[in-house]
Design a protein around this ligand. Structure first.
Ligand SMILES: [Ca+2]
Length: 462
């Protein structure tokens, strides 16, 4: 084990589904540079977001805590930077720290980034082309394509950092978030390719909760600005849906290819500056995303495509090249893990746990066997019903409680509560709700008990 404090290079994109990384799935797109991190380190196959939405996931990553603890339950709830975060703890313990790219946790008051010696972020979502950025609070327009410029700015900072200190840098891409605008050079990439639709593309939500039926994130409803054009005349409803899917997936993947190129530039930088050995490199995304599965785009649901975060990590001192972990990890675990690697103690206990031992291939005996999930933002933009649930290695139980509670922005329209149970071994695509199947009564009761335990463990009272 290395006793030296390592550097951390944390690269996170926005809405990048694991399905669109070739280390996870060879069918869609080649991402040789992201794959290189996995090949030279570990690929984590069961990393889960605890609230599948941009701002809440970012707040959990910084604090190591669930949304109700860090105060960011939905997109309209701003982060209070006075609370404990891992960048602040590292900064207080000798690290030089930086953040470039998407912040999305509010501005002004106590919401601007804290714990960073340097920050340069988009106001809110940011733009793909010639974005305005806030450098330490000062607005400046940056010429060019966001993904490229974020990388340039990150490399500039690395070149000018204090070489006496270890560094922790967060590189947060805006891509491949809606409206999926690729760089000029990739605008025609995949033009001659027809992508296969996912197996569940024509899901009719027949054997599921009402929540799936009423969600407003269907491929056929993508707007003209999303697919950058109107379908040719004379197409059937199904043909229009398939036409929109091709437009959507191609732009999404063009954005992904550009991210992968830029990941490569950062890896080259580490090599060229003899930093690769002592730097922990992570590539992840703030949550998963539907790429036509269940006929959807977007996220929010506790279903697999949205719940899973891609996560690959390289650290030559401790992680065996080409290793794979299937242990259940949550985004709350990132902060305690980084502190563990850097030999820094949190002042207040975080809800996540360090998975440093897992990365070494030594899973602790008492490692978690269930994950708790909570989506709070009831019926906002995509009409997804508020829910919470538990996932074990085989089952997933979801409770759509259907209340806005006091979440800022949530819609004050209660929905009839309902449950879903999926047997992931028999039904990995999550098409059949087994909640009312008598054969699963015992399973349901056990999972309900587990849900109560987890809610108590994490101090969730509503
Ligand atoms: Ca996101």
């Amino acid at each position: 084990m290395s006793t030296k404090q390592p550097n951390i290079l944390f690269i996170m994109s926005d809405d990048h589904a694991a399905q669109a990384i070739s280390s996870y799935n060879k069918e869609l797109v080649d991402t040789p540079n992201i794959d290189r991190i996995a090949d030279e380190g570990m690929r984590f196959d069961n990393v889960y977001c605890t609230n599948s939405l941009c701002a809440p996931s970012r707040a959990s990553i910084l604090t190591g805590n669930y949304s109700h603890e860090n105060g960011v339950r939905g997109l309209s709830e701003h982060f209070d930077g006075r609370q404990q975060t891992f960048p602040k703890l590292l900064q207080e313990n000798g690290y030089e720290t930086a953040l470039v790219g998407k912040w999305h946790l509010g501005h002004g008051g106590n919401s601007d980034p804290t714990g960073f010696d340097y920050w340069n972020v988009f106001p809110d979502q940011g733009d793909y082309h010639n974005p305005v950025m806030m450098e330490m609070g000062e607005e400046k327009q940056v010429e060019g394509y966001a993904t490229d410029r974020i990388t340039d700015l990150s490399i500039d900072w690395l070149n000018n950092r204090n070489n006496e200190k270890p560094f922790m840098m967060m590189v947060h891409h805006k891509a491949p978030h809606r409206p999926w605008e690729p760089p000029e050079k990739y605008k025609t990439l995949f033009n001659d390719r027809e992508f296969k639709v996912p197996t569940t593309f024509n899901d009719n939500y027949g054997d599921r909760a009402n929540a799936a039926k009423v969600a407003n994130m269907r491929i056929e409803d993508l707007k003209e600005e999303d697919v950058k054009g109107v379908p040719p005349t004379g197409l059937s409803k199904q043909e229009i849906k398939e036409w929109k899917f091709q437009r959507y997936i191609k732009d999404y993947l063009r954005c992904v290819v550009s991210i992968d190129d830029n990941v490569g530039l950062l890896l080259d930088y580490l090599d060229d500056n003899q930093l690769a050995q002592d730097t922990i490199v992570i590539y992840t995304s703030d949550q998963g995303f539907f790429l036509g599965e269940h006929g959807w785009y977007d996220k929010r649901f506790m279903y697999e495509e949205s719940l899973q975060m891609p996560f690959v990590m390289r650290y030559p001192h401790e992680i065996k090249p080409g290793s794979v972990s299937t242990d259940m990890i949550i985004n709350n675990d990132f902060a305690p893990t980084f502190l563990d690697y850097c030999h820094v103690q949190a002042k207040e206990k975080m809800q996540g746990e360090s998975f440093r031992a897992i990365a070494k291939g030594e899973t602790p005996d008492n490692w978690r066997d269930a994950v708790y999930y909570r989506y709070w933002e009831h019926l906002t933009i995509h009409n997804v019903t508020a829910h919470y649930g538990v996932r074990t290695d085989r089952y997933k139980l979801i409770y759509y409680y259907g209340e806005p509670l006091d979440v800022i922005g949530a819609v004050p329209k209660p929905m009839e509560p309902e449950w879903e149970l999926f047997d992931l071994e028999k039904d990995p695509l999550e098409l059949k709700n087994e909640y009312n199947n008598a054969a699963y009564t015992e399973v349901v009761n056990e999972l309900k008990d587990r849900l109560v335990q987890l809610r108590e463990q994490y101090n969730e009272t509503v």
